[in-house]
Design a protein around this ligand. Sequence first.
Ligand code: HPA
Length: 273
Amino acid sequence: MIQKLIQTKEFLLDRFKKGSFEIGMISGTGLDPVTERIETEAVVPYEEIPNFPRSTVKGHRGMLKSGTISGRTILAMEGRFHLYEGYSPEQVVFPVRVMALLGVKYLFISSAAGGLNPLFSTGELMLITDHINLMGRNPLVGPNLEEFGSRFPDMVEAYDPELIDIIEKKALSMGILLRKGVYVGVLGPSLETRAETRFLRLIGADAVGMSTVMENIAAVHAGIKVAAIAVLTNINLPDNMKKTSLEEIISVAKESAKKLALLWENVIKELSK
Ligand code: HPA
């Protein structure tokens, strides 16, 4: 595993002509506009990157982008890998570990999710303050990668409190309505039944999605500070379930991704050196 990670790291250092990166970004379904504010230096399609999985999902571009915002170096994934595509947890988090080897200190995750909190509305942004892993997997299963972190990483601050603070203040000053809540990760790809939706709300989740959790765990293990924001592409209420389609999810995500891009840009400007 570590050899493959190093090989990919070397390839990217060569392609991007950079020694390291400070910030990592991951954007998902319909969220390509999130990386729009980056001053792009180079872009590499996933197919060209050794050991990278191949993206198979509609609404994902599958490009790794190198660039800057206010001079801060950024490595951004446009399109991510999901367990429901058939990838192993190791494959899903492979790019996060490559980011760690490239020096990334902060990871900003964007994802699409279904809102479970009845006070939330479609198109709103939810800052993830905590998660529940119901994906039935964990990327740290197997021999511990000592180069990255410890066997039993603490998850009490899985979403960095300082980043949460900066993001909340920025959203307020920018006039962006930012919800806050708990994200529950499920395997998918089928959406939730009414009974599952009721259960997920009951156990304390405010939004449900099929990503983010694996990436968060691998990043926390590697000592990367994580912030994550979900775009609520649909609202799921067990007593009033509406049908959702991928097309609808992508169209809502695209619209809200613009304000999310501006928010990330301003948060990055605020990061202490
Ligand atoms: N459920 C799970 N994942 C999702 C949803 C949903 O309703 N919407 C966007 N991603």
